[in-house]
Design a protein around this ligand. Structure first.
Ligand code: NAD
Length: 340
């Protein structure tokens, strides 16, 4: 039986990355019945909205989606489609593993972190307004017991299910005493229910410094929305950059898989950017579907191609202007070949 999966190519480099990922996923032998849906800047003219209702309806019906990145205009224009999807479907947990793969030039080899980011509230809710236009503006950061509890619980359950040793709650409770104070209090309460997993907490600025210097000391990090967004890009930088960082947005019974990175619009249509992050997001999706063996084959093939270092995109070469770098599609083809 084929899995019916909503497929959102997105915009910018999204369609190239999703096409490359489709190639790899279909080569596993797992059958997919793709329900292709358009969203993003490119469909504004056609539908008058970057997120037509039909897209959310499709994800609700299929329960699983694979998504390319979608552009959000900076400072003005429509609000983030990515955030809207997460909120509309209550995909409260943003799971972002950052794992070293041999062959990638990095500062520390062997980094293996998992970022668990709260996905529905905090500064990302975008509750803001002008107080005096052009002079002062205000944003409201809401942190609730309910959202804090379920995200910390998700982190502990993930740690337990995946044999991880430690969960670190990251916050700014020294300054944000009400909001992050509540988050940290709830994190400590939940941690007490998981005596088998070590628990600690770190203030977010110190956390960033420690991750850069001693990333091996950390395992699973759980963070409020904006801190999670920022620290997951830092973690991806530790393992080779945004080109290799996969992600999943997980709710009660719906999951949307997408890379950590954005639409990298300056490379649109150039067959240039790295498909690894989207392909590994596809592997996370395979695992979610119960196709662990296929997921392992995809991950092993990606690791093999990267370790060999020949048929990889520019960002994985020691020098970014290396003329032997291949394109998005060619790297995906190398991964398909490596799967046998
Ligand atoms: P970005 O992640 O698109 O790109 C930043 C830089 O990272 C790129 O210039 C490139 O050097 C590198 N990079 C990104 N993806 C890569 C890949 N696959 N291979 C190699 N290098 C890669 O971030 P940005 O430029 O800040 O954002 C561009 C747009 O994407 C914005 O509109 C932003 O809102 C949006 N965005 C969307 C998502 C999402 O769809 N979930 C996430 C983040 C940003």
């Amino acid at each position: 039986m084929a899995y019916r999966v909503t497929l959102i190519p997105g915009d910018g480099t999204g369609p190239e990355l999703v096409a490359a990922t489709r190639l790899v996923l279909e080569a596993t032998g797992v059958a997919f019945d793709w329900d292709v849906q358009e969203a993003g800047a490119d469909v504004m003219d056609k539908y008058g909205t970057p997120l037509p209702d039909v897209v959310l309806d499709s994800i609700r019906a299929n329960k699983v989606a694979l998504k390319g990145p979608i552009t959000t205009p900076v400072g003005t224009g429509f609000r983030s489609v990515n955030v809207a999807i997460r909120k509309a479907l209550d995909l409260y947990a943003n799971l972002r593993p950052a794992r070293y793969m041999r062959g990638i030039p990095v500062c520390h080899e062997g980094v293996d972190l998992v970022i668990v980011r709260e996905n529905t509230e905090g500064l990302y809710a975008g509750i803001e307004h002008d107080v005096i236009p052009d002079e002062a503006a205000e944003t409201i950061r809401i942190i609730t017991r309910r959202a804090s509890e379920r995200i910390v619980r998700f982190a502990f359950e993930y740690a337990r299910a995946n044999g991880r040793r430690q969960v670190t709650a990251v916050h700014k409770a020294n300054i944000l005493k009400a909001t992050d104070g509540l988050y940290l209090k709830v994190a400590r309460e939940v941690a007490a229910e998981y005596p088998d997993i070590e628990f600690n907490d770190r203030i977010v600025d110190n956390m960033c410094m420690q991750l850069v210097q001693r990333p091996y000391e950390y395992d699973v990090l759980v963070l409020p929305n904006l801190f999670g967004d920022i620290v997951s890009d830092l973690a991806s930088g530790l393992v080779g950059g945004l080109g290799v960082a996969p992600g999943a947005n997980i709710g009660q019974d719906i999951a949307v898989f997408e890379p950590v990175h954005g639409s990298a619009p300056k490379y649109t249509g150039q067959n240039k950017v790295n498909p690894t992050a989207t392909i590994l997001s596809g592997a996370l999706m395979l695992r979610h579907l119960g196709e662990s063996e296929a997921a392992e084959r995809v991950e092993a093939a990606v690791a093999g191609v990267i370790a060999e270092g020949k048929r990889v995109t520019y960002d994985l070469k020691p020098r970014r202007d290396d003329p032997t770098a291949v394109g998005t599609r060619e790297m995906a083809e190398a991964i398909v070949e490596a799967m046998g």
